[in-house]
Design a protein around this ligand. Structure first.
Ligand SMILES: O=C(O)CCC(=O)C(=O)O
Ligand SMILES: [Fe+2]
Length: 553
């Protein structure tokens, strides 16, 4: 019986025997009433079974299991101290188990606790001896002040999760009472370790096993376990022929935790809510609220208003971006952060591509083309970190108006990558003439939308009170931070744009200004080198853009 598979292999001594077993058994209902449901057996022939050699059992680092931590009498006392029926204070029936909280209530809506709202009564006195013993034996450093009692009937479980870093200190203790169960620990890389938690055992999750690995209990009525020298263990390795089914009973666990008061400083920032939060509100990003409002006015609003016209000018994918997307293996999962009208989302049908963009009107255009795309800010992308084979960011980062924000955007992009995954980034270059060749942008002075009537060229070279120079389209840049005009064809004005409603339209100009930070040679690469977890594989200049390919370490 292979681990985590719903089938097993049976070996017959001859082909003839196998055929007669198939004839008499396949399609028959199993007689065993133990399974509590009608179960039909299906057989099929295989010549050979590839037995996978399983590595010897290794627990996730930082996980400690102490068997028989308490006596059967102590177990009974603890079970009796939880009066499920007579006192339903701080008690909840969840979809797959029932829970009761002491010390502080754990809220499942935000996966956190209200630190300033302790529950009256604290932890039950019956727990004191257990906690004293944990401290005495050096299993934990802090005395827990929060207890969640979970009760699982057969068929119930708890989804895989990491206990919120910002809510609780290191070392989470779970005492198992009643029936044994298999708890699954999973590493973000996908490896999984099923751990048998026996009756009256104590599980201490610390370090990596607490912060990085998820733990959970699959809702089912039987666990596949291994019997080794008469002892039941989780299916953590060894000989597959010793695996068998173990019927579940009711299990009650006491999970003790210590509320955390400062921020979490664990060694796993990419999965730490505390450190993500800090990153979001760290001084440069708070101080530069000016930057955020500049981008709102001169990037987000503009794209929203020019979306339809902009999209009509953006139909030809850039060849080198296409080359990158075509070079990826079939089935790669790719994110296009700042996908605009989705012009790259369909260039390689062998990829799974997901786009996102700040502009809802542009995302609606992606939707019309039936691409997978959602609205979000490139500083806060709602995709699972570490899960993408590749990411692209084409003409996006140059719209962020401070170096911190440009770096943060690249960090968010590369956070999406799995180890070995690649990111391609394009930003507009200050150098529009490179290797003595003018970029298309300079050469095509009569094409596309960006030809300017001379009138708007001047504008005294300043727009509003932003003090940014207004660029003259199709000319060389003379400043790194500037506003680039966009001339909106009137019929393309977006329906929800303020400029198209009522009388206002008469007074508003159809010239929009987009903020850009154009990059100097080496600047993009230097920015990328500030990141710890990526290497720069390749840097190049392509048609007036600086480009890098990064690899996630
Ligand atoms: O039942 C258990 O042992 C684990 C409970 C748990 O993980 C939790 O409540 O966060
Ligand atoms: Fe947990």
């Amino acid at each position: 019986m292979p681990p985590n598979k719903p089938y097993s292999f049976v070996k017959y001594s001859s082909t003839q025997e196998a055929i007669s077993a198939h004839t008499s058994l396949s399609g028959q209902e199993l007689p065993s009433s133990d399974l509590e449901q009608k179960t039909i057996l299906y057989l099929c022939f295989v010549d050979k079974v590839e037995v996978q050699e399983l590595s010897p059992p290794t627990l996730p680092p930082g996980l400690i299991i102490v068997e028989d931590f308490i006596s059967p009498e102590e177990e009974l006392t603890l079970l009796e101290s939880i009066r499920w029926e007579t006192d339903n204070c701080n008690q909840k029936a969840l979809k797959h188990r029932r829970v009761k909280h002491f010390g502080y209530e754990f809220r499942y809506d935000n996966n956190n606790i209200d630190k300033d709202k302790p529950l009256p009564g604290g932890l039950p006195e019956s727990c004191n001896a257990v906690l004293d013993k944990c401290l005495q034996q050096g299993l934990i450093k802090h005395r827990p002040d929060q207890l969640t009692v979970n009760q699982y009937d057969p068929g119930q479980g708890i989804p895989p999760h990491v206990d919120t870093h910002s809510a609780f200190e290191d070392e989470i203790v779970s005492l198992s009472l009643g029936a044994e169960i298999v708890m699954d620990f999973k590493h973000p890389s996908g490896s999984s370790v099923p751990v048998m938690v026996t009756q009256r055992s104590l599980l201490v999750m610390g370090g990596e096993s607490r912060y990085l690995w998820t733990h959970g209990i699959t809702p089912r009525k039987f666990d596949v376990i291994q019997v080794s020298e008469g002892q039941k263990v989780g299916t953590v390795g060894g000989n597959t022929e010793e695996l068998t089914l173990n019927k579940r009973g009711t299990r009650t666990s006491f999970t003790f935790r210590k509320i955390r008061h400062g921020p979490c400083k664990c060694a796993f920032p990419s999965v730490c809510d505390s450190q993500q939060e800090q990153k979001k509100s760290s001084p440069p990003l708070v101080e530069d609220m000016g930057a955020a409002s500049l981008e709102k006015e001169y990037v987000h609003k503009v794209y929203e208003d020019i979306a339809s016209h902009f999209s009509s000018t953006r139909h030809t994918p850039w060849p080198k971006v296409v080359d990158f997307l075509r070079s990826l293996p079939m089935g790669s999962l790719v994110a296009d952060v700042g996908c605009g009208n989705g012009k790259y989302l369909g260039v390689n049908n062998d990829l799974y591509m997901i786009g996102c963009d700040r502009s809802k009107n542009l995302i609606d255009i992606c939707g019309e083309k039936e691409y997978e795309a959602c609205v979000c800010d490139a500083l806060s992308v709602p995709f699972r970190p570490g899960s993408f084979d590749a990411c692209i960011s084409i003409a996006v980062i140059h719209h962020f108006s401070t170096e911190e924000r440009r770096l943060a955007a690249i960090q968010v992009l590369t956070d999406l990558l799995r180890k070995g995954g690649q990111a391609l980034i394009y930003v507009w270059a200050m150098e529009q003439e490179y290797n003595k060749k003018k970029s298309k942008y300079l050469k095509e002075s009569k094409s596309s939308n960006e030809q300017l009537p001379l009138s708007s060229k001047a504008d005294s070279n300043h727009e509003g009170n932003s003090k940014l120079p207004v660029h003259t389209n199709r000319t060389a840049f003379d400043s790194q931070d500037l506003l680039v005009p966009w001339h909106l064809k009137p019929k393309c004005q977006s329906k929800n744009s303020e400029a198209s409603t009522g009388e206002e339209q008469l007074v508003l100009s159809n010239v929009y200004h987009r903020y850009y930070h154009v990059f100097r040679e080496g600047e993009l690469e230097a920015l990328c080198r500030k990141l710890q977890d990526v290497t720069v594989q390749h840097t190049y200049h392509d048609q007036g853009n600086w480009c890098v390919i990064l690899e996630k370490l």
